[in-house]
Write a new protein. Structure first.
Lengths: 128, 128, 128, 128, 128, 128
């Protein structure tokens, strides 16, 4: 597979998963490091997200769970909670993931994630 | 809902999700702190895992993703990768989650999780 | 013990420990997830903080130490540094905990915690 | 204050807090890096633990809480749980700290800490 | 070596490495805890950064790599990315470190670090 | 650039940096997930380590610093401390990095890394 095929496949997935907020992140990344922007499209999206063994909806659940547990990834968590909505999860299911994480990552990590969820829902209500 | 109902519901779920390895963990916990053992059954299992908003299979995917990202939870990761198998995920899907985590938690966390997955698969092959 | 007894005991403790800032956090949590708000009152406060084996003052010292070490919990750290003041620790003792954490969690985590302590002291001076 | 005064004061505290297990750690450190061994005695013990603003017993509670929350510090946690015993905390109080940490650092971190506590208690029973 | 020699040597290094932004941090620290400010100058700078075994340029590379990996240290990362520039690393090399960290700490940690790098470069362009 | 060129370039670098211990890790990874093994060669080594903007020696310093700070990566730290030796750093310089990390990641993380360094040096002495 050529690099341009990986890139095209990755970009298509990034748009589908992360929507306009993801594109905005990529514009910011690209202005500082076009190479890092390209790697993000090629490796996480072109190579990993595109793998057939787990569908996009489940990958986004895994992603959001990991970002809540890592604890220092609020901008990325915001994009990927939006991704959960775009991929068909409901607001109620996002809240369930947040509650579930209180068990494994502790209540403070869950509370911080709940704040991010509230911002994602407000942005959606405002059509942002 | 009474405390004994929470406990009974939690214990039933713990057995279903974590199987014999989970029971062994709980015996160890109970010998040092019966109260912590009781809380684990009541809150994570009786309250959270039993919530209807997200099914057990998806909760276990979220759990394993978080444990890989946290990085210092290998005993718990082993129990919950076994839980993925018990709840109907395949070995291939567990490996997909590990690969996916390389993007978000870094390759070292993914490599450590792969080692744990190998142990879980060997234990299953050996009928442990 | 019934669930409502756990809730009442938890709410009483939360008010005593976290004061008005804690109530504000709980209002925010409750507007997004009434269930998570209820769990916070029932499990961390109703079950754990209310245990007789370690008094509230020592539990708050343990809490603040853990939040500094976790590093990604500034909103919660602010509430619980306020809790230290409400439970009888002095500003000097809070600063001692911050200095002590430089040894275990590194100087950057201690510096970030010192910034939070400064905000807590300013809020108290301003009667917030 | 001269460096040798810091060192002497630090060494005396290290022996009092960490006992024979702490000395064994320091022998290992010293064989690989005498300078790091000296810094540990001078800065954490000579400078920080010796400060008057918080007594040794409370400093050890803060230390153990932070080590449980950091999650990747089991050898150090073992030494400092032993320190809690040497400084007058009971086994029951150590277990309380472990339970309390489930709220803030998550249940997996608490379970791992409980395992360490079990080892510390066994070592004490065996006179190690 | 006397304490005042450690302090003087530390302060000189802090000014050389962290420049005016580092001084501003130290003013903030000093207003809340003169002792912590003194320790920062004496131990990290006076004792560690001044050691001959690794030069300042390499120490700053190690520092920035660690701060990116820790993930919750953005104010400190900003000061030390500035330190990389002051010590002779180029903007391109800072970006290389950020990209390299995507492998070890995950892409979210790298993206957050890239945002900080952008702020450092803007501040330098604006003569701040 | 074709995928096979990325792979070949990556494998050559992996052998140069990580030597026989790295090959052993890759054999273990490959037996569980040939795809993850391939990605490790293609992305971290083929894409990132091969970039011209920072030489191998500096990349390994950055890697080891990050692994010490992450704290839960001892197997990877062992391979990459070996990598530091293979790329021309001395044992003394490795110890310097460990000492330096005490400032940023805390003394427990530095102590754990020192233990790993001791194992790496013993392995080298034993010709492993």
């Amino acid at each position: 597979m050529s690099e341009s095929e990986r890139f095209d496949r990755g970009w298509e997935l990034l748009e589908k998963i992360d929507g306009r907020p993801g594109e905005r992140v990529m514009e910011g990344v690209g202005s500082l490091s076009p190479d890092l922007a390209r790697y993000i499209i090629e490796f996480p999206y072109g190579d990993v997200w595109s793998r057939p063994g787990l569908d996009l909806k489940h990958r986004e659940l895994a992603t959001v769970s990991a970002l809540i547990a890592l604890g220092h990834c609020e901008p990325e968590l915001k994009v990927h909670m939006g991704g959960m909505l775009r991929l068909g999860w409901t607001r109620e299911e996002i809240i369930e993931v947040v509650i579930h994480m209180a068990v494994y990552a502790g209540f403070p990590a869950a509370l911080n994630a709940l704040t991010v969820a509230g911002e994602v829902f407000s942005d959606e209500d405002a059509g942002r």
